[in-house]
Design a protein around this ligand. Sequence first.
Ligand code: R5P
Length: 285
Amino acid sequence: MKVICTEKSQILATRLARALKTTVVDVKYSRFPDGELYLLAGELDEETIIVSSVVDNDALVQLLLLIDACDSSDLRLVIPYMGYARQDKQFRKGELLSARAVARAISRGVSECITVNIHEPDVLKFFEAPARNISIARDIGAYIKTLNLKNPLILAPDDGALAFAGQVASEGGWEYDHLEKTRLSGEQVTMAPKVISVASRPVVIVDDIISTGGTIATATGMLYTQGATDVYAACVHGVLTGGAYVRLMEAGVRDVICSDTIERGCSRISAANQIAHALQTRMNR
Ligand code: R5P
């Protein structure tokens, strides 16, 4: 069994291969003069695990090329971050279901797919192969433990992320809550935890994805006004689009922490062990 990956999932793929005591197939990633992607892969195995976060369109095309190349082998797919998964419903007439289109395209001919903290688990039904989602919430909790914060409050940015915050908090036996928005006027909105006060304690805002960081940046200032001593932001997938990291730090966030499902300078948590465990569970069945 060998691991193979797209270009922007090299670090996680290597960690996963180590956890599985195997190797990563050497791939040269380049382009034709017209910009089309060109991949040259080393020797494949009968049994292959592709690791590919769909972080952009190039990653998606590289993934399709790898799937095609592994056609004849027992192929399992690990999609640590699945881009396009958030467009999973038709919110306006005529909108296309990107989540379904991508799930179908990448799962044909595959024997199993694994995702990590996918934004909406319902998306798994679009895959044309058995698909399951794993959570690294406890690993985020374990990292937060290393910060040695005194009595932290784990805070979800909205009630949709409350269960996730609960999983993170269970690692340290901490309290958790979610932010609630109150409209003060046409333009003015305030945010505070629904139940638990942040006065004189550190807060860690946790979410599956930080994209623009807009909600967390706005909430941070308000939490300090409410007496929080420190505000941290932690997520699984650090999409960090359009200057989000800078926006968060400028807003007073002490540190932004994410995992290696998207490889960033602030990727401090690895999903490799949980993914290895999930793959082994099937292997030993
Ligand atoms: C969406 O529902 C996700 O769980 C995140 O809360 C969202 O993607 C974060 O967006 P942003 O970082 O742009 O506020």
